[in-house]
Design a protein around this ligand. Structure first.
Ligand code: BGC
Length: 449
């Protein structure tokens, strides 16, 4: 009888952080300038010292190890490593080497992301990824770091959430460069295909056995009224545009509209060694003539306190659903982010368990999932939402930098150590999982605590 939903033997359990959100002191990137413009960040917060990772990374890395991690995702801050065009900062390179070494020394696999939303100011000033200049300079940066860390890093991510970056920066105008320009948005999306493909090949030149992907944001777009053809239509077109067009371009190389006219970009063909994906939200959509700019889709997300409207609804079972969908591409799969925004711990432990249970189900059904990275280890600077928005397994007091492990942090540790979900975990945290995932307990068997 099932007493544990066991994950495959080499399955990796980790959390993910990004440089600008935790390091502090990233004064040389475009976000730093943006944060200091009035009205851009909730409550006027700035990244400031953030979670002070530049000084304290090793402490949090040790904490991650105590919390059962067998992997940890970080990102490299381009503006620290190349503060001026062509000038590489040896001290910054050495700092990341120390972090990566610490991760390895604790027996964790590092997963390193090359672009997590921030550009050096000198790149942003020349148009960033709107221009070929940005793509070329990115390739030069990647060449340097892929060479530099070839002994320490095998698992790489090129670009974090390409279409989230495009949507927030060039469509909604909520992130730098704060534009609302569809033509430029599509140019950036296409340039990011080039940037990803270049990075893929460069990394493999320095380390032939590297494992490279991009962190693809897969949100679930569902019809508000499942019986309405119109609602189905808007959900499908949003899914196609935001989930599929970019991803497919980096699998078969074909630039489908609106990225291109169907031509093949040879360098982008088959540029994933595994499928990296992240899942947070479900967006119920209704057809509305008044929403022409958003392809006639009106978001019908139920409002939740403290959650900005553009973040959608949190439905944990979507995590496994997307792993099952990705199976069609025939590659190993890694969840590179998944988590819940919450100030209290009312929902997070159950969310975590339900999400991971759905992933287990997908694995049982044949999805080759190799790892799960929870977003995030420690509370951080949550972009335009500032510090009030908390995703951490570990709470940070930003006045004192004190860390307090949340109940979900201990649950994550137990999951990782057991390499699965045990019956007592489900009984304690999400009993609704029992009838679906665990066999009924034979009559008379005592209930374990
Ligand atoms: C991003 C993170 C962000 C998280 C929570 C992801 O889309 O990669 O940088 O903090 O979601 O909003």
């Amino acid at each position: 009888m099932t007493d544990i939903l066991q994950f495959p033997p080499d399955f990796r359990w980790g959390t993910a952080v990004s440089a600008h959100q935790v390091e502090g002191g990233n004064t040389l990137n475009d976000w730093w300038l943006w944060e200091h413009l009035p009205g851009k960040i909730r409550h006027g917060h700035t990244s400031a010292v953030a979670a002070d990772w530049w000084n304290r990374a090793e402490d949090d890395i040790a904490l991650a190890a105590q919390l059962g991690h067998s992997a940890l995702r970080i990102s490299l801050e381009w503006s620290r490593i190349e503060p001026r065009p062509g000038e590489f900062d040896e001290a910054a390179l050495a700092r990341y080497r120390r972090m990566l070494t610490a991760i390895r020394q604790h027996g964790m696999e590092p997963l390193v992301c090359l672009f997590h939303f921030t550009l050096p100011q000198w790149v942003a000033a020349r148009g960033g990824f709107e221009t070929a200049y940005g793509v070329d300079r990115f390739a030069r940066f990647v060449d340097r770091v892929a060479y530099e860390y070839r002994d320490l890093v095998q698992w790489w991510l090129t670009i974090n959430e390409p279409l989230v970056y495009v949507a927030l920066g060039w469509f909604l105008g909520l992130w730098p460069p704060g534009k609302k320009n569809l033509v430029a948005a599509m140019r950036v999306a296409l340039n990011l295909v080039h940037a990803h493909a270049d990075a893929y090949h460069i990394i493999h030149r320095h380390r032939p056995d590297a494992w490279v992907s991009a962190a693809i944001h897969l949100a679930s777009y569902v019809p508000h009224n499942p019986a309405s053809r119109w609602d189905q239509g808007v959900a499908q077109s949003r899914d196609w545009l935001l989930n599929q067009v970019w991803l497919r371009a980096t699998l078969d190389g074909r630039l489908r509209p609106p990225l291109g006219r169907g031509q093949i970009l040879g360098e982008a063909v088959d540029t994933h060694d595994y499928m990296g994906y992240q899942h947070y939200f479900t967006f119920p959509l209704a057809f509305s003539l008044r929403h022409a700019p958003t392809m006639f889709g009106r978001e019908m997300t139920l409002a939740r306190e403290g959650v900005p409207w553009f973040m959608g609804e949190a439905r944990p079972e979507g995590l496994g659903g997307w792993a099952t969908w990705l199976k069609q591409f025939g590659k190993p799969i890694i969840v590179t982010e998944n988590g819940l925004l919450e100030l209290t711990e009312q929902q997070r432990p159950a969310y975590l368990l339900r999400a991971v249970a759905s992933l287990h189900r997908a694995i049982q059904a044949g999805a080759d999932v190799r790892g799960y990275f929870h977003w995030t280890l420690v509370d951080n600077f949550e972009w335009a939402e500032g510090y009030e928005t908390r995703f951490g397994l570990v709470e940070v007091n930003f006045e004192t930098q004190q860390r307090t492990v949340r109940p979900s942090g201990y649950l994550f540790r137990d999951l990782a150590r057991a390499n699965g979900i045990t019956r007592p975990m489900a009984e304690a945290v999400a009993p609704d999982l029992l009838p679906t995932y665990f066999d009924p307990r034979p009559a008379g068997q005592p209930v374990r605590s």
